[in-house]
Design a protein around this ligand. Sequence first.
Ligand code: HAM
Length: 418
Amino acid sequence: MTEFSTSPGTRDILAPEAARWREFQSVFADVVGLAGYDYMIPPMFEDLGVFLRLGESTEVVTKEMYDFEDKGGRRVALRPEQTASVCRAFVEHRPTTPWKVWYAGPNFRYEKPQQGRYRQFDQVGIEVLGVEDPYLDAEVIALAMEFYKRLGLKKVELNINSLGDFGDREKYAVALSAYFQQHSKSLSPESQSTLVKNPLRVLDSKRGQDQEVIAAAPRISDFLSSDASEHFQKVLSALQLHKVDFAINDRLVRGLDYYRRTTFEFNSIALQSAHTALGGGGRYNGLVEALGGPATPGIGFALGLDRTLLACDAEGVFDAPSVAVKVFVVDTTGGEQAARLSSELRTAGISVDRAFDDRSMKAQMKAADRSGSAIAIIVGSDEVAADTVIVRLMTGGQQRVVSRSALVDEIRRELKLS
Ligand code: HAM
């Protein structure tokens, strides 16, 4: 046992998995870059008040926040998500609209750690501020689906719903609360306590005991204003233009309180675990105002990196990229030749590693093997005298003598770089 190990719900991400994380973000950057989204980096902690705007009946706020007083007496919190920070930044900087941004990075929620659920987890996401158009809702959703496609995922389902405008949602919550209260004796104790805090979240219950009551509960679709309903229909038609399949799920309420109108979630049907939601999002018209800004519509999504990679594993796609260097230099003359050769090859853009500490030929060859390199360059005193090196192919073991002056070209040819 070592004295220290990672805290519950956090992990060290080592090679090659860490390279896979970078690749994940880079594919996302490509996809959203093609649609004109700019990268932004919100801070990892903010004034607690920013996150309180996520809603007082949200578990993310009431139970899971990493909040503390800093040494200056400020009440701050590690970000549990990034939408609130993006809206706070919008109010602070007042960029021209439409403001289209993407972000990536860790978030923190004090949840019960398990497979697919961590206390520090990564997301990539986009947000658009200042546009009400239902074509945007469809574009935002289509970008997420395009990203999944680029990863190679085939088993991702889109669930979509409209939560209506503020008044619609409120009326629905009142009706739902009355209904559940009438049937509270048939609900599980957990759902009875959820009911007091947020009747909408009772719809999320997966407990068998609750299912009959939930099945007969009032439906949000009966509470939508004609504007909200028309908006939703236009989003659905536009999704068809983007050739995105969807399932309308009028029980989808999502965990954050800020959603209005379009809400959606991406679920993996390849994952067996309890946590199949790879990502989600929706409209949050009203959040910018709640943070002190002008009335501004907003929409976006965040995709969980950790969970999406579990889905990639389950589907056998998007493997970790190779982190092996192409060339390994074995120098039996003391190390100076390895320094010269590796520097020359790296300048030519070829990845190179080498051994240190003047180890034996055998030990260096073993290190070359372990490095996973395609080629070993071997140099001893005979080669130095003849101004040559030995180029050895690690698979097959063929080797030949190459003059120093032709080395870079030879290696490039061998690696098919030119
Ligand atoms: P969210 O549904 O809370 O939405 O999180 C989005 C995704 O982040 C989830 O579907 C899941 O994949 C991942 N995630 C959340 N919590 C954890 C956890 N503890 N461990 C592992 N993965 C997790 C939001 O965060 C909103 N900000 C999305 C949004 C953006 N809505 C509008 N714009």
